[in-house]
Ligand binder design. Structure first.
Ligand code: DQQ
Length: 526
């Protein structure tokens, strides 16, 4: 980074310049990880969309390649939108993606590698049969709401299945298609799943998770000791929401158990900024990895000035919590290779360390709960609660946590913190990321984010980890049970002037049981 570019990242993926949005077609092929992404080669705003391409051996350091998929056929001449990779028998990757045709209709296309012995998969050949799935006069698909094919899965009947995000009226849904050969696709009578009032389902994802291990499960595995997760990017919230349930392959239906795509009971990957995400199964390390797009919170004018827009989150491992009621996410261990100087202040509070970029882990212990404020039954919206009770509002048990990207005089800081409330005969933990004071530049969107964290502070340690990188703060509460990502643009707290503090503005004592902070080496990113 330089003084002219204080917001470019040290270890979060971004192209050298221009606009980036959704991660596309992540996969591992011959030991190489591939990340494609929605990219505008011509500027820092959305448009002219092609598939940018980078590869990596550790998902942290990346090598750039030329765009992999770009408009060449009538079926994608107005844009190559989001899609996913599937490993076909014999380890041959295939990409299904949305193309925008000459009438601006959304259709689904197939591309396969030109040369399977090139582990960088630099060139892709499109099927002469494209488009393979399209809105027609008879299938009642709205041509403006038909996009983002998932990784396909193979049923016991040897047929491939894929879902495509859509909406009819206000109902969000996932159309299901089947194919024997990956080329001829037939629409199933019923969608895999739908939900009223959830609006368009962008970038759906559908995959199994193990019920008794953190290990990932390959996408076509159905049955014993697994549940299924259906995720959709719900634009009107906007969040990546998910439902945990089971997949009945005979009926080809998803049977939901926990979560929804809308409303207060929606389970969300990340309660801050995180959208259009996608998982893939990493066969080399038997894990399921989640990638997500982190949009800017700055104005379009500022994006054009700085010449770029959009980051990718640090890849996260993802698994089913032992409660079976939610997912857990944690940054992949590869990111820890970037940890440099360790600042270990054991139980003492960290005061004003200049540390950027950084990785911080802190754990708290609460011994006296008597004074905890009572949770009002009307306080059902954690984000609202966090904005009403921001970092500067004193309480009893909290706010306590971290001030990151803080200027020395605390004119600027981003506060990531907890509050604990008494809730009947239990305690509720609120996790917040408060961007209100993050920058003296008031043109930025400084919305506060919040989530309830399913941790019992009486019997469990309450932990927080934050990955801090110039203009992004990714926070993980309770070992990854709630994640909140924020974009911030400090004007004072940059480079050596970016400090880190642990704080407790509550009246009650909170013990810091462990605190480790590392400065982070710069990753090789394009
Ligand atoms: N971004 C893509 C679409 C997708 C949206 C276009 C989600 O395919 O629905 O760039 O951010």
């Amino acid at each position: 980074t330089s003084t002219s570019q204080p917001y470019r990242t040290g270890y979060h993926f971004q192209p050298p310049k221009n606009w980036m949005n959704d991660p596309n077609g992540p996969m591992i092929y011959k030991g190489i990880y591939h990340l494609f992404y929605q990219y505008n080669p011509k500027g820092a705003v959305w448009g002219n969309i092609v598939w940018g391409h980078s590869t990596s051996t550790d998902l942290i350091n990346w090598t750039p390649h030329d765009a992999a998929i770009y408009p060449t056929q009538p079926s994608d001449i107005n844009g190559c939108w989001s899609g996913s990779a599937t490993m076909l028998p014999g380890g041959k990757p295939a990409i299904l993606y949305t193309g925008i045709d000459p009438d601006n209709k959304q259709v689904q296309n197939l591309a396969v590698p030109k040369n399977l012995s090139d582990s960088y998969l630099r060139e892709w050949v499109k099927s002469p049969r494209n488009p393979l799935m399209a809105p027609t006069a008879t299938n009642h698909i709205n041509a403006s709401f038909f996009r983002d094919p998932t990784t396909a899965w193979l049923g016991p009947d040897k047929r491939w299945r894929v879902i495509i995000g859509s909406q009819t009226k206000d109902k969000g849904l996932a159309f299901l298609y089947r194919s024997k050969d990956f080329v001829y696709w037939t629409k199933a009578k019923h969608p895999l799943h739908s939900e009223n009032h959830s609006g368009m389902w962008e970038c759906p994802d559908f995959f199994p998770v193990s019920t008794n291990s953190r290990k990932g499960v390959d996408t076509s595995i159905i049955g014993l000791n697994t549940k299924h997760v259906l995720k959709a990017s719900v634009g009107k919230i906007p969040h990546d929401c998910y439902i945990i349930g089971t997949y009945n392959v005979t009926a080809d239906k998803f049977i939901p158990e926990e979560g929804s795509m809308n409303g207060v009971s929606a389970l969300t990957y990340d309660y801050g900024k995180f959208y259009a995400s996608k998982t893939f199964f990493d066969i080399a390390k038997n894990r399921r990895i989640l990638l997500g797009w982190i949009n800017e919170s700055s104005t379009q004018e500022d994006d054009i000035k700085k010449g770029w827009s959009g980051l990718q989150a640090i890849p996260r491992g993802l698994w089913l919590d032992k409660s079976g009621k939610q997912l857990v996410q944690w940054p992949i261990p590869e990111v820890e290779k970037l940890r440099a100087k360790k600042v270990n202040l054991s139980s003492k509070l960290l005061r004003g360390k200049s540390l950027l970029p950084a990785d911080v882990e802190i754990s708290f212990e609460i011994t006296k709960f008597e004074k905890a404020e009572v949770l009002d039954p009307n306080w059902t919206n954690p984000q609202l609660l966090c904005s009403q009770k921001g970092a500067s509002v004193k309480g009893a048990l909290g706010p306590f946590g971290l001030l990151v990207l803080a200027s020395k005089n605390l004119k600027e800081y981003t506060a990531v913190f907890f509050r604990i409330f008494k809730n009947k005969n239990k305690y509720a933990v609120l996790m917040c990321s408060d961007q209100n004071r993050s920058s003296l530049n008031n043109d930025n969107d400084k919305t506060t984010y919040g989530a309830f964290l399913d941790v019992d502070p009486v019997h469990e340690t309450l932990s927080l980890r934050s990955l801090i990188d110039h203009s992004i703060v990714e926070s993980f509460g309770g070992g990854g049970k709630a994640c909140i990502t924020a974009r911030v643009y400090p004007t004072l707290a940059i480079d050596d002037e970016a400090h880190l503090y642990a704080f407790n503005y509550g009246t009650e004592k909170i013990n810091v049981t462990s605190l480790s902070a590392w400065s982070m080496k710069t990753a090789q990113i394009n």
